[in-house]
Design a protein around this ligand. Sequence first.
Ligand SMILES: Nc1ncnc2c1ncn2[C@@H]1O[C@H](COP(=O)(O)OP(=O)(O)O)[C@@H](O)[C@H]1O
Ligand SMILES: [Mg+2]
Length: 301
Amino acid sequence: MQSLTITGVTKTFETPKKGIFTAVDNVSITIEEGKIHGLLGPNGAGKSTLISMISGILKPTSGTISILGVDVVAETEAAKKLLGIVPQEIVAEVAFTVEEVLYYFSGMYGVSEADRRVRIREVLRELDLEDKMHERARFLSGGMKRRLMIAKAILHRPKFLILDEPTAGVDVSLRQKIWAMVRRLNAEGTTILFTTHYLEEAENLCESITLIDHGKVIKDGNLKDIQQEFSKNIIHFELFDRSATHLAGVQETGNAYEYPMTALGEDMAKLTAHYGDNLKSIRSEAASLEDVFLKLTNSGV
Ligand SMILES: Nc1ncnc2c1ncn2[C@@H]1O[C@H](COP(=O)(O)OP(=O)(O)O)[C@@H](O)[C@H]1O
Ligand SMILES: [Mg+2]
């Protein structure tokens, strides 16, 4: 089953300065259940606008979105129950304690009275916030507020969790905690969609990605396939005996060798046949997502 199906979604805004502005332009994305999917793009690409539409906060100008088969416009309330969302902006309920905030949200998401206290403790433990339970939300540090927002989003064990730039501006240790949590939730069966403009983060976490720029999808699919498609056309190899006679085209680079690649399988076979047991290692160089993005957009991220 598809966790998320976005079909031909466009969002335009009417602004005094720019007139009618298309923030999301005919976007179609599907995410299968159980995946970790990255939505990548530079600032202003349209990521948050798309997420606001998935979560039912904004209505698409055209197109449809459904979560596990539930249409988010026609059945907003039902769709919201399936969804946990961690927005990009930190929202803190300043007057309440961490526990009160979580108690209120778990009620709103239909966690039963009997389960609430237990569930709140569990979530606080997972996010390392237990000792802040009775602290007022306004006195938490930025990183703790972000963790509280994640706690709010996972209280009702949503099938589908969306995180909008969860690691923007957080320190290394919290970033690693967030990554670990994303992996654990995913292993327990939650489908995850997160946005980032850190390409390295997507390389670490995602199986599949969608790259967007200026509101349009510019690349979509399995991460490894995309990296392969954009891979640098070079095979690197090392030899045990460096006095071997070389194939035409082989270049020496320090302790290793490079061979220009035309067709991966054939070239690998050719090198293996020529050097045989003398080959110590052989690999083709995968493109980083940064290379992919630069090629597609002619811009950095
Ligand atoms: N409510 C709005 N009214 C007008 N323009 C908006 C509104 N929300 C977002 N935009 C514009 O849409 C574009 C995409 O924004 P956003 O979705 O926040 O990008 P991202 O999250 O990828 O950084 C930006 O140019 C932004 O200025
Ligand atoms: Mg954003």
